[in-house]
Design a protein around this ligand. Sequence first.
Ligand code: HEC
Length: 160
Amino acid sequence: MRKSNALMAIAGTVLLASLAYALMGMGGGMGPGMMGHGPAGVSVVRHRYVMSHGIDSAYANASNPLYANDANLKAGKAVFEKNCAICHGVAGHGAGPAAKGLNPAASDLTSAMRMPMVSDSYLDWTISEGGVPVQSAMPPFKSVLTKDELWELVLYLRTL
Ligand code: HEC
C-alpha cells in the first residue's frame, strides 16, 4: 500500500514537472514544436529559472520610480555604454567584444525587451544579481550601480 502511494506521488511529480516544462515553452510566446526556444538571442536559461522559481522576493515588487525624460535617458545610456556594451554591444544585440564564446550567450536585449516577462522587477533582479542565480557570465551590478543609475539604465533599455 505504502509503496504504491509513493509511486503515485512520483508519477504526480513527473506529470507536474512536464506540465510546467510545457508551460515554460509557451511562456516565450512561441508555437508548439519550438518549445524552449525563445525569440532569437534571449536568455532561455533565465526565462526558465523565472518560470520555475519566480523572481527573487527582494525584487518581486520593484517598479521604476523614474520618468523617461531626456536627462534620465541620457544618464541611462552612459551607464549602459560603460557597463553593458562590452558584452551586449553598443546597440544591445549581444555581440560586444567580451561576449565571444560565452555559454549561455549574452542576450540580444533588443529582442528581450519586447518580451512580457521582462518587467521592471525582472530587470532590477537581473542587473542586480547578474548571472549568479542562473550560472552565466553576467556580473552582478548591485554594488556597482546606485539604484538611480539602475533605473536610469532600465529606462534606456526600454528604448533599444
Ligand atoms: C560579461 C558579460 C556581460 C556583461 C558585462 C553584462 N551582461 Fe547581461 N547578460 C550576459 C549574459 C551571458 C546573459 C545571458 C545569461 C543570463 O541571463 O544571465 C545576459 C543576460 C542579460 C539580460 C537578460 C535578457 C533576457 O534575455 O531576458 C539582461 C536584461 C541583461 N543581461 C542586461 C545587462 C545590463 C543592463 C548590463 C550592464 C549593467 C549587462 N547585462 C552586463 C552577459 C553580460
